[in-house]
Design a binder for this molecule. Structure first.
Ligand code: PEP
Length: 248
């Protein structure tokens, strides 16, 4: 089993002053070492700031998206090469907010994952069903379709990705999947990875969706939950640190 990973997703929050204060508190909490791998995925304009503060600490940093393209006339896009310039270790791809508000298809998400891998950036590939899909009994079919697109595109490199199961109905809503609900989907994803690579048992499948200081321990105890992708709770140092400790 791989070391657990707790990754914060700051989304479109923060400014120079709040970032510095949040990171100072998180790093103080990690001063005696981190019990698991820890990262923060921050708005790209703050990668320079975050990389300078976190360099040489147990805290890694990542982006919230990456272009599938290498360079050129793609206004507003940020390339993997640019992210590498700032020491980025991770890039979230296929977050449901990108799928929902920016029309990202499974194909686009897979291409982004492939580009990230080609540049030595670990894609955190998000999959998850909407409430309507869950109610229709389509959860398994949806997450498998989303992951299959990535597996098909990246081939044997799939062992290098991190998967995040993020039920859309649980993101930012305060409604968390129960540990049993999450574990059931994680087991499906693990089986799908096993069929694609012999390294599946060492891969990390994170849970994301209103994970917080109170529910993290129970979720992280599940056999196929290898960490968390944390939105709201990653903006509060004390809560983020509690989740990190729960992953020990
Ligand atoms: C997320 O956006 O990846 C997320 C899990 O958000 P939250 O923890 O706020 O539900």
């Amino acid at each position: 089993m791989a070391r657990k990973l707790i990754a914060g997703n700051w989304k479109m929050n923060g400014n120079r002053a709040t970032n510095a204060a949040l990171l100072a508190d998180v790093l103080q909490g990690l001063a005696s070492g981190a019990p698991c791998d820890v990262a923060v995925c921050v708005p790209s304009v703050y990668l320079d700031q975050v990389s300078q503060i976190a360099a040489g600490t147990p805290l890694a940093w990542g982006a919230q998206d990456v272009s599938a393209k290498e360079s050129g006339a793609f206004t507003g896009e940020i390339s993997a090469t640019m992210l590498k310039d700032f020491g980025v270790r991770f890039a979230i791809v296929g977050h449901s907010e990108r799928r929902q508000y920016h029309g990202e298809t499974d194909g686009v998400v897979a291409a982004k994952a492939q580009t990230a891998l080609a540049h030595g950036i670990t894609p955190i590939v998000c999959v998850g069903e909407t409430l309507e899909q869950r109610d229709a009994g389509a959860t398994e079919e949806v997450v498998k379709r989303q992951l299959a697109a990535v597996i098909h595109t990246v081939g044997h490199c799939v062992s290098e990705i991190v998967v995040a199961y993020e039920p859309v109905w649980a993101i930012g809503t305060g409604q968390t999947a129960t540990p049993e609900q999450a574990q059931a989907v994680h087991a499906v994803l693990r089986a799908q990875l096993h069929a694609a690579t012999e390294h599946a048992s060492g891969m990390r499948i994170l849970y994301g969706g209103s994970m917080n200081a109170s529910n993290a321990a129970d979720l992280l105890k599940q056999p196929d939950i290898d960490g968390g992708l944390i939105g709201g709770a990653a903006l509060k140092a004390a809560d983020f640190l509690t989740i990190i400790r729960a992953a020990a």
